[in-house]
Design a binder for this molecule. Sequence first.
Ligand SMILES: C[S@@+](CC[C@H](N)C(=O)[O-])C[C@H]1O[C@@H](n2cnc3c(N)ncnc32)[C@H](O)[C@@H]1O
Length: 254
Amino acid sequence: MVRSEIGNLRALSRKDIDALLKPESSFDGWVRVMIELERLNLPGMQGYITRGANRVFCYLIHGLKLSSVLEIGNRSGHSTVGLALALKHRTGADRRMVSIDKTDWNDIKNYRRKFGLDCMPQRSLNKVDCASFVEFIVGSSTKVLPKLKQRFDFVFIDGSHRTEIVLADVLNSFRLLNPGGIIVLHDYYPHLKPLWPHRPKISKGPYLAMVEVMKRHPEVHVMSLNDLPWINCWEPSHKTVLAVVARKIGGKNE
Ligand SMILES: C[S@@+](CC[C@H](N)C(=O)[O-])C[C@H]1O[C@@H](n2cnc3c(N)ncnc32)[C@H](O)[C@@H]1O
């Protein structure tokens, strides 16, 4: 099979995304995930993946029947555990996950220094019976991704927020996708506009990187998931900085 440079990236439209994120569509799976997430009592701080964002992961993973996840950036473990639980509660899945971070957040000294708690990602995964299918790799994504042999259905990018690194992460991820795979970005601010008045400081890298990706690959588009059908937990709003990277349907933007 001849593959383009964007590899196996799934074609998705905004309509597809809206249908996947209908509140009722994956609700049962989400309730199971949420109950287990709540029990873990992970540290609260800015910059972590919210409950509303973990709900998005669950709906995408269940709705698109995805079984393998690559995560770049685990730190507090909110997204790591949310993604792993979404896989765990997907029936019939041959689940598998790899999580990369340049810092070893499973090292108790690192985690305690940052969060004053012992909720390291590996420990949290043990508590929710997900450890058996999650592998951690400590290293820079730009070095680790080109060497990875596995392929994935879902890549979540929340590592470095520098434009050139996000760009490298997206381009490297294209080659790592299984057929129908998708990429999800965190901290994507469309047109570099802040989303919350009390949080004017934004990460520019993910947006700027995608401008470059779409210049190189006009068949790709990025869909901000701003205005979720549910409240995004720690912000009393429906806004989110998650965005899905997909192939345009029929080569056109919707
Ligand atoms: C915003 S935090 C991730 C938050 C996490 N997803 C969560 O839910 O709490 C970003 C993480 O990316 C890691 N990181 C930064 N640059 C990286 C790189 N080039 N390769 C791998 N990890 C990187 C940092 O060590 C940090 O742990």
